[in-house]
Design a protein around this ligand. Structure first.
Ligand code: FES
Ligand code: FES
Length: 858
């Protein structure tokens, strides 16, 4: 075989090594062409790496280099400047991107179609061509808007939003659309090495030996590290420090994502090849994979270093549920089972650590895509046994997260290797490793007993829930606590008795995922509502209207709802015309009504810091805040708040998140980023204005929420569990002939939409995710091994563009008291009511009640 392969790249001849596994690796690793992104190489299933070869759009990550010899390859870097601008402007103006990771590939696919069909290309014609692409953020609606606009020759001049309520472009939208804004894996540092992780072969096994000799001697390898090399703490974790970053000899593995060694080499390919040469000896033990059996007394301990398979138990009760159910005109008893779900953010986890200085001036700069860079910094410092001023963690806005990047994946591994070698080290996970390592959405078994009177008014609800939290704690206890709190949905129930357990097993870890326990609970509670409505003989809408939570009423755990709660009924009333029209048209319909907390609540003191700083040497204004930009638009929120308060051109503003200031207090989670960032930036701007906006001064301010109480606390009979909630009603309309979901109407009360374009995009994207959750998505594990059954994106069952029904979004604004600008948050609520609405529509189709997700798998 020839040692080099020649082809034309963007009009110029190039020659690359022939040993790259595919074209994408040659482009990215040797030629430093990074607009094609790597979301799943070498499986060819996400489309992020799409380029043109001789004018045709193809995915480059499964294309052998031999097939490219002599061909003409075009990437976005080589597209005509004006044409690039047209795509960038259209995607920015239409809100056609969120995290942006999938977009450069989609632009290349769109260009191939527009080159061929010109103005004849419309969204219906384009959608099937997106079958080779996945977007986990947008629901494709605005992507197709943007592509159709380019095809029709429409031009835009997108601008950043200049204040609250402006539907401006997303911060960095143009650069993201063209693949010009670096994600971590796109970054190159002189002298940089690559790390690969050696994962366990068994979910539960004692490690009796790790032999790194062959790996250390392999081509290009600089070092191999094991747990024995860790200078500080072995274990990390957001809440409990129970997650070993590597399993030592003498230790025990607890899940398929456990790391045994880090191999560092000159190239990624060398590091990966050598990682396979690390030899591990095991005493294999049977994994504990049944969560119900795991919490039985006397069950074998699942997780190394823990003392109990019950990670948490959340419980509260109000009123006499037995009496209430006994006196009810109608009762229902149902067991609901939800499934494990993979986040499938398009950018696999990547971390880069860069050391500098010497002696007491040694420092480490870590680039992280995590959802809480201050937590990352603190745990990295514990592992390295250094003070927190030694390590700076800088956020690089990531390619999607949805909760799956709260725990660290490989930040400590990159940091450890860089620190030990005194060289920059990057570690990027493969898709399969990403599947194994990060926490998923919990499968939860929810048993409900519920009743109502003859008029359909709820009388009592009892819930017993068990979630499979996998091995390490992550935030699993909080997810099951949230499921408990949200167990009765947005309804008033006089008597409630709820218990929710998070079980430790040797299955894949479960933790934060958009909705955070509320989705599972809502699927069950709205299922109960529809069964009771049927028994009473009233519609699903009427049942909800009679029971909806209102200001001044007691919600589930006893919270006295404030005026913000009026949003639930406003959503319900706003969706009524569409509901009635669909029923009149003879369609099968299903309705869901959901609420989702904004903020962690549960008695935690939540603090969000921000800094505003005017540069003395130029016109730039820094806005620093504490929240991770992961596509949801929190940087844009910070920018628009600053523009509003300071009255300046938003184009002057740079938004920055790093640990050089102490601005972060936990994870970007709980739909709180918009609310908390807006509050902090608003107050930092006020401080700047009060002081005349002097140059090179940090104007620092904090937004604090400190008036919530813990779930089930007997000292608080009417606890304010959460300071704010978002509300949503969603209508799912299915065609009786085809059985297909043809339209979703989503009415959302967001309190105040800082940027309605981005807000709408959030809702469309989460409806897409919610439909997948309801119908097709799953991520099972093998009960014999605890390992995932699936290893590729296609197996997950994520809906492709052509399968997404029409999504109509209506935003309503019922302001939240004590919240900046009345903001409620929208990050997670978008898929809370979707699955039960689908279940109700399917019941309307065929009369079958469904209690298990997904409902149309396979
Ligand atoms: S990276 Fe090539 S299709 Fe996903
Ligand atoms: S914008 Fe498509 S995956 Fe994030």
């Amino acid at each position: 075989m020839a040692e080099r392969v020649d082809f034309t790249l963007n009009g110029s001849p190039v020659s690359v090594r022939a040993d790259h596994p595919h074209l994408l690796a040659a482009l990215r690793e040797e030629l430093d062409v990074t607009s094609p992104k790597d979301g799943c190489s070498p499986s060819g299933q996400c489309g992020c790496c799409t380029v043109h070869i001789d004018g045709k759009a193809v995915v480059s990550c499964n294309l052998p280099l031999a097939k490219v010899a002599g061909a003409s390859v075009l990437t976005l870097e080589g597209v005509d400047v004006d044409e690039r601008q047209r795509y960038a402007d259209a995607f920015a103006a239409c809100g056609g991107l969120q995290c942006g990771f999938c977009i450069p590939g989609i632009v290349m696919r769109a260009k191939a179609q527009i080159d061929k069909k010109g103005a004849d290309l419309d969204r219906g014609g384009m959608a099937p061509h997106l079958g080779a692409h996945l977007c986990r953020c947008t629901g494709y609606v605005k992507i197709l808007d943007a592509i159709e606009s380019v095809a029709k020759g429409k031009t835009f001049q997108p601008a950043l939003g200049s204040g609250i309520g402006a539907a401006g472009a997303k911060y960095e939208a143009g650069e993201l659309a063209l693949g010009d804004r670096d994600y971590i894996d796109d970054m190159r540092i002189p002298g940089m090495l690559h790390a690969a992780l050696r994962l366990t072969d068994h979910a539960r096994a004692d490690i009796t030996g790790i032999d790194t000799t062959a790996a250390a001697a392999a081509d290009g390898v600089a070092a191999v590290f094991t747990a024995a090399d860790i200078p500080g703490e072995l274990r990390v974790g957001i809440i409990y420090k129970d997650w070993p970053i590597m399993i030592p000899v003498g230790g025990r593995t607890s899940y398929a994502g456990d790391v045994l060694a880090i191999v560092v080499a000159e190239t990624r390919q060398q590091a990966r090849a050598a990682a396979e040469l690390v030899e591990v000896s095991y005493d294999v033990l049977p994994p504990v994979t049944d969560p119900l059996a795991a919490i039985e007394p006397g069950a074998e301990l699942a997780v190394w270093g823990t003392e109990d398979n019950v990670l948490s138990r959340s419980a509260y009760a109000r009123g006499d549920v037995d009496a209430a159910l006994g006196a009810s005109a109608h009762t229902v008893h149902e067991i609901f089972q939800t499934q494990r779900i993979e986040h499938a953010f398009l950018e696999p986890e990547s971390s880069l650590a860069v050391p500098s200085g010497a002696g007491t001036n040694r420092r480490l700069h870590v680039y992280s895509g995590g959802q809480g860079v201050w937590d990352d910094r603190d745990d990295i410092c514990r592992v390295l046994a250094v003070d927190t001023d030694v390590v700076t963690v800088e956020l690089v806005s990531n390619g999607g997260a949805f909760g799956g990047k709260e725990d660290m994946a490989n930040q400590t591994h990159a940091a450890l290797a860089a620190w030990m070698l005194d060289r920059p080290v990057k570690c990027t996970l493969s898709r399969e490793e990403s599947f194994r390592i990060h926490a998923k959405r919990h499968p939860v078994r929810l048993e409900y007993w519920a009743g109502c009177d003859a008029d359909g008014l709820l009388t009592g609800v009892r819930v017993r829930a068990v979630g499979d939290s996998g091995a390490y704690a992550s935030v699993g206890m909080k997810v099951l606590e949230r499921a408990a709190g949200h167990a009765t949905g947005p309804y008033h129930v006089p008597a409630v008795d709820v218990e929710s357990i998070a079980a430790r097993t040797n299955n894949l870890l479960c933790g934060a995922f958009r909705g955070f326990g509320a989705n599972q609970a809502q699927f069950a509670m709205d299922g109960v509502m529809d069964r009771l409505a049927d028994a009473v003989g009233i519609s699903g809408w009427e049942m909800r209207k009679r029971n909806v939570i209102r200001p001044g009423a007691l919600w589930g755990p006893g919270q006295l709802m404030d005026d913000g709660a009026a949003g639930a009924e406003v959503c319900l009333d706003s969706i009524k015309p569409a509901y009635d029209a669909a029923v009149s048209a003879g369609k099968a319909v299903g309705l869901g009504l959901g609420l989702k907390n904004a903020g962690l609540g549960n008695g935690l003191r939540e603090v969000s810091g921000a800094v505003v700083r005017f540069h003395g040497d130029d016109e730039r204004v820094e806005v620093r805040h504490g929240w991770t930009e992961m596509g949801q638009g929190v940087h844009t929120v910070a920018l628009q708040v600053a523009a509003e308060e300071l009255g300046i051109d938003p184009a002057r503003i740079d938004v920055i998140v790093d640990t050089t200031r102490q601005l972060g207090f936990g994870q970007t989670t709980g739909s709180r980023g918009t609310l908390m960032a807006a509050g902090a930036v608003q107050q930092a701007c006020a401080a700047a204005l009060a002081d005349g906006c002097r140059p090179d001064v940090d104007y620092h301010a904090e937004h604090v929420v400190d008036w919530t109480a813990k779930l089930g606390d007997p000292n608080h009979p009417q606890p304010t569990i959460h300071a704010a909630f978002g509300y949503a009603a969603q209508l799912v309309i299915a065609d009786r002939e085809s059985g297909k979901v043809e339209r979703v109407v989503a009415v959302h009360d967001v309190g105040r939409a800082v940027n309605p374009l981005l807000c709408e995009g959030q809702i469309e994207g989460s409806v897409h995710m919610g439909l997948g959750y309801a119908l097709t998505e799953d991520f099972p594990t093998d009960p014999e091994t605890g390992f995932p059954t699936f290893s590729t994106l296609r197996q997950l069952g994520i809906l492709r563009a052509k399968d997404v029904p029409e999504i109509e979004v209506q935003i309503v604004e019922v302001p939240q008291p004590r919240s900046p600008y009345g903001i409620k948050g929208v990050g997670e609520i978008g898929l809370v009511p979707t699955a039960p609405a689908v279940a109700a529509a399917l019941h309307d189709l065929d009369g079958e009640w469904r209690a298990t997700l997904p409902m149309r798998a396979g």
